[in-house]
Design a protein around this ligand. Structure first.
Ligand SMILES: Nc1ncnc2c1ncn2[C@@H]1O[C@H](COP(=O)(O)OP(=O)(O)OP(=O)(O)O)[C@@H](O)[C@H]1O
Ligand SMILES: [Mg+2]
Length: 451
């Protein structure tokens, strides 16, 4: 079944029936009339996707019909058939809003292809329109895009915890949006006007990190020329985002635990303890449970941090979000780079879907940003994708090949060679065992290069 409805306007009865026949054969829902007036009446009564009209008609001509239809139903696609193969007529038709034109005489295959191409463009247009509408709808948190069930759960959790003081642990592979979620929690909370201070625990050694977080007193170590306030104090009333929490050493884990449990910190080199009120959001791409089991991460700290856990799914596990995210980034980067690109070709969407996304949303963002810069046409096409993506389907095949799936040819070759070996290269006997005649065996052996 084909969901497209097509109307043909053609006064030559033979041509009229010929075109109708070929469209019906393709599975389209098609009807035909022989004048522009009848066509208009039909269009007013029924919704059509495509109007195919001859230019020369007995009453109003094709061009007038185009104009009238565009005014009445601007969404209908139109194709103009013209025997007057001048570029002028064709250009005029396109100016009136026709998608394309077909010059008489044409063969049926050509006709079929033009119709198919036009309707495909329509499908892409509708799909893009739908995605754009979806993007306009507010998702739970403005700039976090996602409609998959897992992301809906994430939005719900953010909503539930944002105003509390509860510690949140965010877990996910690289590029899945951990920092984005941390920011969303803070900036949508009642602490939004208080500081939000991110710190990357993997970037500093243990001593520096301790002094960065808890501050230090003058003379605590060489170079500590004055008292310094730590991030915990600076973030008072707000949020500290401890990124890569799985990377802190055991000593600091202990200090952290104490701070979390008592709500007090002790600057490096000081005996004074200070009360602090900050909400902690921690993130890691590591598997903390495994680290706990291996003894590299304190169990008690893990439980302290993991009051609420937000698990961000890798992109390959929510492929339904790919097209939406891609359009989101396209809008963003097209505007930023002043490129008039609005759509992503179907072919590219298929490739994006097939890819495994080891770098998750960040990788998708980078690919769309790059494509926006490289693309020369009005749609994102294959030409502006990087090599890695173009070969993703081959990668998929390799994965299946990893399961050792042999081609039929390979199997035939192996089998024939085995039987030949068993019969001591006796072809008559081999053919009989394989239940084929000698000449067939010869042909197959020739084709498969079996000597
Ligand atoms: N759901 C999403 N919607 C829109 N943009 C997203 C989404 N998830 C991630 N991004 C974007 O992808 C990029 C990477 O996200 P982010 O920095 O939050 O990832 P991360 O999990 O912290 O990665 P890493 O572990 O490498 O630090 C950012 O530019 C972010 O805006
Ligand atoms: Mg991050």
């Amino acid at each position: 079944m084909n969901r497209y409805r097509i109307l043909i306007v053609e006064d030559d009865p033979k041509m009229n029936q010929g075109l109708l026949h070929i469209l019906l054969k393709q599975g389209y829902t098609a009807e035909s009339v022989d004048t522009g007036e009848k066509a208009l009446a039909k269009i007013k009564a029924t919704k059509y996707d495509l109007l195919i009209t001859d230019l020369k008609l007995p009453g109003i001509d094709g061009m007038e019909l185009l104009r009238a239809v565009k005014a009445y139903a601007p969404d209908i696609l139109m194709l103009m058939i013209t025997a007057y193969g001048t570029v002028d007529t064709a250009v005029a038709a396109m100016k009136q809003g026709a998608e394309d034109y077909i010059l008489k005489p044409f063969d049926m295959e050509e006709f079929r292809l033009v119709v198919k191409k036009t309707l495909e463009k329509r499908a892409l247009f509708l799909q893009n329109l739908q995605l754009q509408r979806q993007l306009k709808k507010k998702y739970a948190f403005d700039n976090i895009i996602g409609t998959s069930e897992t992301m809906m759960t994430v939005f719900k959790t953010i909503n539930n915890v944002k105003d509390s003081k509860t510690t949140v642990l965010i877990r996910g592979e690289t590029g899945t949006g951990k920092e984005l979620v941390a920011r969303a929690i803070h900036f949508n909370s009642d602490k939004a006007l208080k500081p939000y201070l991110p710190v990357n625990c993997a970037a500093l050694n243990e001593n520096l990190l301790a002094s960065e977080l808890f501050g230090h007193s003058k003379g605590a170590f060489t170079g500590a020329v004055s008292d310094k306030q730590g991030l915990f104090e600076a973030a008072h009333g707000g949020t500290i985002f401890l990124d890569e929490i799985g990377d802190i050493g055991k000593g600091l884990q202990q200090t952290f635990l104490r701070a979390l449990e008592s709500g007090e910190i002790q600057p490096v080199g000081s005996f004074k303890r200070k009360k602090v009120a900050v909400r902690i959001i921690a993130a890691t791409h590591k598997n903390l449970e495994t680290m706990v089991a291996e003894g590299t991460f304190r169990k008690d700290l893990y439980y302290r941090l993991n009051v609420v856990m937000i698990d961000l799914p890798p992109l390959r596990e929510r492929k339904g979000d790919i097209a939406l995210l891609a359009h989101h980034f396209l809008q963003q980067y097209a505007a930023q780079n002043k490129k008039p690109i609005e759509r992503i070709s179907k072919e590219v969407l298929t490739l994006l879907d097939a890819y495994e996304w080891p770098g998750n949303v960040r990788e998708l963002e980078n690919i769309i940003e790059r494509a926006t810069l490289f693309e020369q046409s009005g749609d994102i096409t294959k030409a502006s994708l990087p090599e890695t993506l173009l070969h993703s389907s081959t990668r998929l095949e390799c994965k299946i090949m990893g399961q050792d799936i042999k081609s039929l040819e390979q199997l035939s070759r192996n089998h024939i060679e085995k039987v030949l070996e068993l019969t001591g290269n006796n072809k008559t006997q081999t053919a009989r065992l394989l239940k084929i005649d000698r000449s067939t065996l010869w042909r197959i052996m020739n084709r498969l290069n079996i000597s």
